[in-house]
Design a protein around this ligand. Structure first.
Ligand SMILES: Cc1cc2nc3c(=O)[nH]c(=O)nc-3n(C[C@H](O)[C@H](O)[C@H](O)COP(=O)(O)OP(=O)(O)OC[C@H]3O[C@@H](n4cnc5c(N)ncnc54)[C@H](O)[C@@H]3O)c2cc1C
Length: 835
């Protein structure tokens, strides 16, 4: 268990050289600290926070005397010219680098290839949109989808970027006027390809700049197309506004709307392979969907209003003529030319209503307060809109093909898998803990299928959960695992609304009541961005969590812990040299539970980059029962409750999405790639077949057959494919050796634990005499401090050299951190619990 420093508000101070920021923890008593909580509460994690906020780096932090820190096998020393270096003693080098540090060049190249394929194909798609090539724009997206499904790999956590790769990235970044990564990252051998992503976003590291992506990939192509086609029609008509020009321009608006929708389902499709390859979290994909949707609604309504104007003012028709006359509804007449024109108008109105319905029900306020209403109306309006649009215009299916084909190929298999899980009783919940004194937080353990033991890193991952008995809506929850228990996936939720409350109540029925758990469907994993790579790309990692948001960082901390432990015995150096975690929480019970079960690190766990953990308890507490009293003995009282209640198990172990790629070996991706390709290219074939052979320009009804056929084809093929995949995975997994799965946290645990645990020794000869602590007895790698009240962040808080801030919590916390993380040194990565 980590040693706590309880009674003092003094901070932990890290000594650093004047020019280099590699630093090692030791205790300092003058209150000038960084990475610390000051007594006056003015500065947290601030490098220059000496109370008056002034920078006094030279005086306070420049080391006049050499400092020598020796860890097992690693010496860190200051050289005469203010330079630090790390050496590994030969004798203690690991014979083979331990699991997490295995460099898998194949994975690296594949990862790079995937990113470039995805980015290049999306760019090509945008160019086709700008040129109005509605018959071609689907090909790059489907091509990229197939290639990426085959090549995608997630086993590239600490990748060694090849020279070729880094030069390429740097050149392209410059071409996009972006700050090259190399300009502000140190030259450690391990850099991650998350920076590749920034080619697209062109922002400093941190979450991608979605505004730029939206402008570049959505707005610009639509604008170019709009201007080209409206300008072309005006030029054709000699800039004379006659009826023909009005009709053309009105239709241009409609086509613009169709183009805006042509790929807007791609970023919100479940398990979207393109998002995964680009390292984009679905939460960011959603922003592209919303942005494209807004353009589609505005231009679609523009199309409708323009036609209304033509009808009423140019053609002088009666409004009621929009509704097809009586005999058009008979079977023999519905494809008559006059009748189909009338149906087109009626369908246009239906689509207009759907557009308005979708926009109004998607408003932020409705989403936040009436999520179920938003969810149901979104599905109903979307399906109506889809059929309405397909019937409205013969070629519409070609415009919408990328969205429809990709969405069906990504979502139908996931839904079919969920249906199969439902028929088998859902995912097997092995433990339910109603955490005492936590304001209704419940932790669930879900057993993983033995063939799918947490193979991938769970840092920043979440699953979607559906409990049909309570609600048909899928709810997202962050997942993590106990490092000693790779067989169980964990999630913790707080009862905030009807779903979580009903679920908690339903799960509290114990074995004695004889009631089984409800069927619990899980779909995962989501959250493509690899948070560990993001973190290791920075010198200082600051994690800010609010309440139950801490669960987002349990896996990350475990991974950082295993990384630091294994790096002790390797030749590796990391950018990272310290981790600071601020956890603000009201609930004493939650603090106890999480701290005891997941933050119970050992002193040697964070040697290479020390962890300072600040727990800010925001609930008023009396002096006797301060959090300082949270210790092992106290926790004994909770042991029984923490064991979880007795439940009647139901269902089968959880199998993650079977069509997910990202395996270490390409051969393992092959089934998913084949199924994805069959679904996408097969559906494209269906579209073209129906367009050429079944649909006519006049018969409106004939245009819906294609949608029905696509849906049926997707369901049948997905069902068959998943059956085959399940059979194949059961056979193939048994032959994959455990050693092969080094990305797997579980299999690596053994190696990590073998890491040397020699005591750290600190030589502080001649250093300043204001140490108020006995260094011999103070752990310097892992510190916990408790304090009362909220932390107040300011700009200095995150103005440390090359800092990344991971933040998850309530909107107010996100806002305050966002406002303070503005300097060029600071990159922010947010885990947003709202979509
Ligand atoms: C990526 C992600 C990870 C999350 N992880 C956790 C976690 O680990 N622990 C935790 O307690 N909470 C987590 N949440 C929040 C959690 O999903 C919601 O609090 C929960 O669904 C609310 O359910 P409810 O009982 O209030 O029911 P509802 O009344 O159904 O929902 C209330 C509100 O929850 C949000 N919500 C519900 N369903 C969805 C959905 N499908 N997508 C987006 N937002 C939705 C909406 O804001 C909605 O207004 C996470 C959210 C996201 C987006």
């Amino acid at each position: 268990m980590g040693v706590q420093s309880l009674e003092t508000p003094e901070g932990i101070e890290y000594f650093t050289s004047q020019h280099h920021h590699r630093s090692y923890g030791s205790m300092h008593g003058d209150g000038r600290s960084y990475g610390s909580m000051h007594g006056d509460g003015r500065s947290y994690g601030s490098m220059h926070g000496d109370g008056d906020g002034e920078v006094d780096e030279t005086e306070a932090y420049h080391l006049k005397q050499p400092i020598h820190v020796e860890t097992s096998g690693m010496h860190v020393f200051e050289t005469g010219d203010d330079d630090f270096s790390i050496q590994t003693t030969e004798s203690e080098k690991a014979p083979n680098s331990t699991c997490p540090l295995n460099i898998h060049m194949g994975g690296n190249v594949r990862s790079l290839l995937c990113r470039f394929t995805a980015a290049a194909c999306i760019l090509l798609y945008s160019i086709f949109v700008a040129l109005g090539k509605y018959e071609l724009h689907i090909h790059p997206l489907l091509g990229a989808g197939s290639i990426c499904t085959l090549l995608c790999t997630t086993n590239n956590i600490k990748r060694k970027r090849s020279r070729l790769g880094s030069t390429f990235i740097s050149r392209i970044s410059k071409a996009f006027c972006c700050k090259s990564q190399q300009q502000h990252t140190a030259t450690g051998p391990f850099e991650n390809t998350s920076s590749n992503m920034n080619m697209l976003s062109c922002s400093k590291r941190g979450d991608p700049n979605m505004n730029r992506i939206n402008i570049l990939l959505v707005l610009l192509p639509c604008l170019v197309y709009g201007m080209r086609s409206v300008g072309g029609h005006m030029a054709d008509n000699g800039f004379e506004f006659n009826q023909s020009l009005h009709k053309h321009v009105a239709n241009d608006f409609g086509k613009l709307s169709a183009f805006a929708m042509s790929a807007f389902l791609v970023p919100v499709a479940r398990h979207s392979i393109l998002l995964e390859c680009l390292g984009l979290d679905p939460r960011y994909g959603l922003r592209v969907h919303i942005f494209s949707g807004c353009i589609a609604v505005v231009t679609g309504l523009g199309h409708g209003i323009y036609w209304f104007f033509i009808w009423m003012l140019v053609q002088k028709k009666e409004f009621w003529e929009i509704i097809p006359s009586g005999d058009c509804w008979t079977k023999t007449r519905h494809d008559h030319e006059d009748c189909s024109a009338q149906f087109v108008n009626l369908l246009g109105i239906l689509c207009g209503v759907c557009f308005i319905g979708l926009s109004v029900t998607s408003l932020w306020w409705i989403r936040r307060n009436y999520y179920r209403f938003f969810y149901v109306s979104h599905i109903v309006f979307s399906i109506l809109l889809c059929y309405g649009l397909a019937m409205h215009y013969n070629k519409m299916i070609l415009y919408l093909a990328p969205s429809l084909v990709y969405y069906l190929a990504s979502c139908v298999p996931a839904l079919v898998q969920a249906f199969r899980s439902w028929s088998e009783g859902g995912a097997l919940i092995t433990k339910v803990v109603h955490i005492p004194d936590s304001r209704d937080c419940v932790e669930l353990s879900i057993q993983m299928d033995e063939h799918h033991k947490l193979e991938e890193s769970l840092c920043g991952k979440y699953v979607r959960v559906c409990v049909p008995e309570i609600s048909k809506v899928w709810h997202p929850f962050t997942v993590y695992s106990d490092q000693d228990d790779p067989h169980n996936l964990k999630l913790t939720f707080r009862c905030t609304g009807p779903f979580t409350q009903d679920l908690s109540d339903r799960l509290s029925l114990t074995k004695s009541s004889g009631v089984q758990n409800p069927k619990f469907l899980v779909d995962g994993f989501y959250g493509a961005e690899d948070r560990l790579s993001n973190a290791l790309d920075h010198e200082t990692i600051v994690i800010v969590a609010g309440g139950v948001g801490i669960v987002s960082y349990i896996s990350l901390l475990n991974k950082l812990r295993s990384t630091t432990r294994s790096s002790i015995n390797s030749e590796t150096t990391f950018q990272t040299n310290r981790i600071i975690l601020h956890w603000t929480c009201r609930d004493e019970g939650l603090i106890r539970y999480v701290k005891e079960n997941y933050l119970d690190f050992k002193d040697e766990d964070f040697r290479n980059f020390p962890l300072s953990l600040y727990i800010h308890h925001t609930h008023a507490i009396n002096n006797e029962s301060t959090l300082c009293a949270i210790d092992k003995e106290d926790n004994m009282n909770y042991d029984n409750e923490w064991k979880g209640q007795e439940i009647v198990p139901r269902g089968k172990p959880f199998v993650p999405y079977q069509l997910s790629s990202g395996h270490r070996k390409i051969a393992q991706n092959l089934p998913a790639a084949i199924l994805f390709s069959l679904l996408t290219w097969g559906n494209l074939w269906i579209i073209l077949y129906f367009y050429k052979n079944v649909q006519t320009k006049k018969a409106v009804l004939s245009r819906i057959y294609v949608l029905i056929s696509m849906s049926l084809y997707s369901i049948i093929l997905s069902g068959l494919g998943l059956l085959i995949l399940q059979w194949a995975s059961q056979h193939s997994y048994s032959s994959v050796s455990t050693a092969d799965n080094c990305g797997d946290s579980s299999t690596c645990t053994k190696n990590k634990d073998d890491a040397s645990t020699k005591d750290i020794s600190v030589s502080t000869e001649g250093s300043s005499d204001d140490f108020s602590f006995d260094l011999e007895n103070q752990p310097i790698s892992y510190q916990i401090k408790h304090s009362q009240g909220r932390p107040e962040f300011n700009e200095d808080s995150f103005d440390l050299p090359d800092t990344c801030v991971f933040v998850c919590g309530p909107a107010s916390l996100l806002k305050s951190v966002r406002e303070c993380c503005k300097s060029d040194n600071c990159a922010i990565y947010e885990e947003i619990f709202e979509m």
